[in-house]
Design a protein around this ligand. Structure first.
Ligand code: UGA
Length: 445
């Protein structure tokens, strides 16, 4: 049984820690947020993620998970220490905020320096960071401890909503390191954890591994902005983006995933990582034209959607608008950089009265939309959100919205207008029932 420590128990840190614990490692989890640590000690997950809470409880019982608020002696008994603190976007500049990573490096270095005669530690950085950062982290730790460590950059590719599955069945596991020895050690840990026969490992230089993470997210964001532009063109020429995406995506070189046209990408990763990569290019004197366009298209897409609503409704002031979905995507309560939230914000700003429903994200949305509290009511069901509405918007791709009883909704709405921002509904059925149905990119035509 190996001992492992994980510093930073956010999305990535918690899921990594729990999956490592489930593979029978003794995992020490460290996070400065006492509330979060107390919740976890009681077996409660601070985030919603399918299967996560069950695995937390199970592994606390098995004594494989321990939670702490400080890097103490017990945390330092582990030979392998993961750092998974956040690198959020600095709002004013669009760059990645690396202060949490560097603060942990200083603290960890100082603590490691106080150990006597210990073996060489492997420090694994999982936080998404611009190339060059991992080696800076190494320098900080080594100078504080007055000794040496092995450092590995090991990016994370899990998605919110499918995080446990993604961790147990990864497409690939990437390591950026200066030598083979720490990588071999990590391969052993991962082979024990993943549930695949032959996991795909990729070894690269540290700079390359750091770039693999940004390039992966930027490429997926590019697919989304690309299909959204095709959708915009579909609307002009009278084509159906659903059919186009299927016909294009069946080419194996292109692939079907991430070709769902909509109101744009959100979340804590794509918006932040595309902008950080743009800055990285700029810092090195390179104008990353394509990426700039991807970011612009994403910013425009939600504006086009709101403009479409305003045009069809002849302005939204005083109108009641039902909004289905507030989370940045399905199966999460996360509203960070959620396009749905931006849309509610724009509508409320323009004087609309919003009735919003989300299966999970209401609590988080209320905090972020508090300035509009007099213009928004939160509803327990999609049917309540549609009641007396002058229009209904689908803003998040929750699977459950596909099964909505359109006939029931139709009767309770003031006007039968739907703006399907995620191309979710049965468009033909909606039109047959007499809805004025507006999709993205002529879906349903
Ligand atoms: C993303 C990546 O998919 C993960 O591989 C990565 O590990 C993670 O960022 C990260 O860097 O931590 P995530 O942000 O959880 O994962 O969510 P995605 O499923 O990628 O969705 C991102 C956004 O794109 C959502 O707003 C979603 O609605 C939108 N999207 C996705 C589309 O508009 N169309 C699509 O076809 C797919």
């Amino acid at each position: 049984m190996s001992k492992v420590s994980v510093i930073g128990i956010g999305y990535v840190g918690l899921v990594t820690a729990v999956c490592l614990a489930d593979a029978d490692n003794k995992v020490v989890c460290i996070d400065k947020d006492l509330n979060k640590i107390e919740m976890l000690r009681n077996g409660n997950s601070p985030i919603f993620e399918p299967e996560l809470e069950e695995l937390i409880t199970k592994n606390i019982e098995k004594k494989n998970l321990i939670f702490k608020t400080e890097i103490d002696d017990e945390s330092l008994l582990s030979d392998t220490i993961f750092i998974a603190v956040g690198t959020p976007m600095i709002e004013s500049t669009g760059r990645a905020d690396l202060s949490y990573v560097f603060n942990v490096a200083e603290e960890l270095g100082t603590r490691l320096g106080s150990l006597k005669g210990e073996s060489l530690k492997t420090i694994v950085l999982k936080s998404t960071v611009p190339p060059g950062t991992t080696l800076k982290v190494k320098k900080i730790i080594e100078s504080k401890m007055n000794g040496s460590i092995n450092i590995v950059f090991n990016p994370e590719f899990l998605r919110e909503g499918t995080a446990i599955k993604d961790t147990f069945y990864p497409d690939r596991i990437v390591f950026g390191a200066e030598s083979e020895e720490p990588v071999e050690k990590l391969k052993t840990i991962y082979k024990k954890m993943v549930k695949q026969e032959n996991p795909q490992f990729v070894s690269a230089s540290i700079n390359s591994a750091e770039l693999i993470k940004y390039a992966s997210n930027a490429f997926l964001a590019t697919k989304i902005s690309f299909i959204n532009e095709i959708a915009n063109l579909c609307e002009l020429i009278g084509a159906n983006v659903g059919d186009v995406a299927e016909g294009v995506g069946l080419d194996k070189r292109i692939g079907k995933s991430f070709l769902n046209a909509g109101i744009g990408y959100g979340g804590s990763c794509f918006p932040k990582d595309t902008r950080a990569l743009d800055h990285l290019a700029g810092d090195h004197g390179h104008v990353f034209q394509l990426l700039k366009a991807v970011i612009d298209v994403n910013n425009m897409q939600k504006k086009r959607f709101v403009n479409k609503i305003k045009k069809v409704l002849d302005g939204v002031e005083g109108k009641r608008i039902g909004v289905l979905g507030l989370a940045f995507k399905q199966d999460t309560d996360d509203v960070r950089e959620s396009i749905a939230i931006d849309i509610v914000d724009s509508l409320a700003e323009a004087g609309a009265k919003v009735s919003a429903h989300d299966p999970l994200a209401e609590k988080n949305a209320k905090v972020i939309l508090s300035k509009h509290k007099n213009s928004i009511v939160y509803c327990d069901t999609p049917y309540d959100a549609a009641k007396k509405a002058d229009a209904l918007i689908i803003a998040t791709e929750w699977d459950s919205f596909k099964k909505i009883d359109l006939e029931k909704i139709k009767k309770s709405m003031n006007k039968q207008i739907i703006f399907d921002g995620r191309n979710m509904l049965d468009a033909k059925e909606a039109v047959k029932l007499g809805f004025d149905y507006h999709s993205i990119g002529g879906y349903g035509n």
